[in-house]
Design a protein around this ligand. Structure first.
Ligand SMILES: Cc1cc2nc3c(=O)[nH]c(=O)nc-3n(C[C@H](O)[C@H](O)[C@H](O)COP(=O)(O)O)c2cc1C
Length: 382
């Protein structure tokens, strides 16, 4: 069976003549909700989402699909907010327990004998950096979903999404010469759908608490910290820290939406940093998502300034009450401190990987025990 998920309307898809058995188009995606990060599709109604809208049974649909084709407007090197919404809502297709694939922690397949062929057609003008970013994340998705990556294509526009030949890459705008000097206003964005209950909230709160202390020690004025939730709140900030959980190897759909809307809001040269965490163990799995933010910065005239990648994010809240420089938190605290120094000095920091404090097998066992306990509490079996 061939399934298409796309941000075109049904009429636009029909006009392309692309063959399919099932299509989820703009109409269904726009009427559906974003993933809330509740993991109900693993521990309450295993395999199905607890939100009963047009994406509620996407995991089951994928299990019946042989060829999955995602058609999306190119958005900073990955998919548009609507197509990302569908990808985020697809995780019921996976089993919460872990497997090792390509030397990294990934989820086990819920449908062990099923293999998808995965294709991405990302239409619209795009730069060479966006092509490279898309190819990397597409490969990561294929590994994550136990799928075969059939193709990643870059058609010129929505009318030619099935074109065999890629449109040539367009030139990226020249980056701003310098980021601005010492920041006076810094926006902190919590892009986790879990809001105040999230690991992201804790990591950002830690940064917000430590930053004035470091400013005092460095004898510089502490910038005003603004908790921003809307794109317009980013205007007038000299720096932005984007806190987010990794969702399907990239940014959660809500954050992609925010960036699309914020593109014309940022002052030229605004420094953009990231503070990202993830469920898997290896922080390097987060790094490709930084390229999406870098591409956003190129499009917005902002300056990508680097970020912190926290592996084993499932540990962040359980160890939150232990000493900040104690064994269980030290690597994350040191990474956040490095980020703070860069924010305060108005400099770049590169990608800082905070390695988990426990061995991988211990994290895997603890996380799997937690899934079993949560499922039992909800009367579900996994
Ligand atoms: C829809 C969805 C997709 C996810 N995809 C990934 C992923 O690709 N890689 C990963 O390591 N973790 C993934 N996770 C796990 C989250 O990154 C992890 O639970 C994180 O700690 C949540 O952080 P938060 O509490 O700040 O939201 C995913 C979680 C959800 C709900």
């Amino acid at each position: 069976m061939r399934t298409i998920i796309c941000d075109l309307t049904h009429a636009q898809l029909a006009a392309t003549g692309m063959r399919h058995d099932v299509a989820l188009c703009r109409e269904e995606l726009a009427a559906a909700r974003d993933c809330t990060g509740c993991f109900g599709c693993w521990v309450r109604t295993p395999g199905s989402c607890v939100i009963r809208d047009s994406l509620g049974d996407l995991g089951v649909l994928l299990a019946r699909t042989d060829e999955l084709l995602l058609v999306s407007r190119m958005t900073f090197g990955w998919v548009s907010p609507l197509v990302k919404r569908a990808l985020d809502r697809s995780i019921g297709y996976l089993h919460p327990n872990f497997r090792i694939a390509d030397g990294q922690l990934h989820h086990r397949m819920r449908y062990a004998d099923h293999e998808l062929a995965l294709s991405f057609h990302l239409y619209g003008p795009s730069t060479g950096a966006e092509h490279a970013c898309a190819r990397t994340i597409a490969a990561a998705n294929a590994l994550n979903l136990g799928a075969r990556l059939a193709s990643v294509r870059f058609p010129a526009d929505e009318k030619n999404v099935d074109a065999e030949k890629d449109a040539p890459a367009v030139a990226a705008p020249a980056p701003p010469e310098h980021g601005r000097a010492l920041p006076r206003r810094v926006a902190l964005v919590n892009a986790s759908p879990r809001g105040d209950r999230s690991a992201t909230a804790h990591l950002l709160a830690d940064l917000a608490e430590a930053l004035p202390v470091y400013a005092r020690r460095a004898d510089v004025a502490a910038p005003e910290l603004v908790r921003a939730t809307a794109p317009t709140e980013l205007a007038g900030c000299d720096a932005v820290v984007l806190g987010y959980p990794l969702y399907v190897d990239a940014l959660p759909s809500g954050l992609v939406d925010l960036l699309v809307c914020a593109r014309d809001e940022l002052a030229a040269g605004t420094r953009v940093y990231a503070l990202a965490n993830m469920g898997f163990y290896e922080p390097e799995q987060i790094v490709p998502s930084f390229s999406v933010i870098e591409n956003f910065c190129a499009a917005a005239g902002a300056r990508w300034s680097g970020g912190v990648a926290v592996g084993a994010g499932g540990m962040v809240l359980p160890v939150a009450q232990t000493p900040r420089m104690g064994m269980m938190r030290r690597s994350v605290s040191e990474a956040i401190d490095q980020l703070i120094m860069a924010v305060l000095a108005g400099t770049d920091t590169g990608a800082i990987e905070a390695r988990p404090p426990v061995p991988r097998f211990a994290y895997k066992l603890a996380a799997e025990a937690r899934w079993r306990r949560l499922a039992r509490e909800h009367g579900a079996a996994i």
